[in-house]
Design a binder for this molecule. Structure first.
Ligand SMILES: [Zn+2]
Length: 119
């Protein structure tokens, strides 16, 4: 429950306190509280793209189905889907990475001595 709350508040997967993001798409390289490096290895966040694809589909599909049944024109359909994509992109980007980091921490916990500290 504590982890879920930390995930929703976009906090560090290790200490559950430090902020992960410093701007809309900009991430801290290390946790400002515990100092753990977020990118465990090169390409670490590639796996979060799968979460992002799935989340994007799950969020856009209901709108697409609704618009289909409302029988809107193709330009209106396209415009609304593009707008929704633009609005949801930061949310999906952030939560895909956060879900990936928290799931990875649960499945393969980092031990304190593995944590890289800011020098
Ligand atoms: Zn931390």
């Amino acid at each position: 429950m504590k982890r879920l709350w930390a995930l929703l508040r976009q906090r560090c997967p290790v200490c559950l306190q430090g902020q992960v993001f410093m701007s809309l798409f900009g991430m801290h390289t290390h946790c400002p509280v515990c100092g753990v490096k977020y990118e465990r290895e090169t390409g670490y966040f590639l796996s979060s793209m799968f979460i992002g694809y799935a989340a994007g589909f799950l969020m856009l599909a209901p709108t697409a189905v609704l618009l289909y049944f409302l029988d809107v024109s193709i330009p209106v359909f396209s415009l609304l889907i593009i707008l929704e994509t633009l609005i949801l992109t930061p949310l999906i980007f952030r939560y895909a990475r956060l879900i990936w980091m928290h799931a990875d921490q649960v499945l393969d916990p980092r031990k304190p001595e593995e944590q890289e500290k800011i020098v």
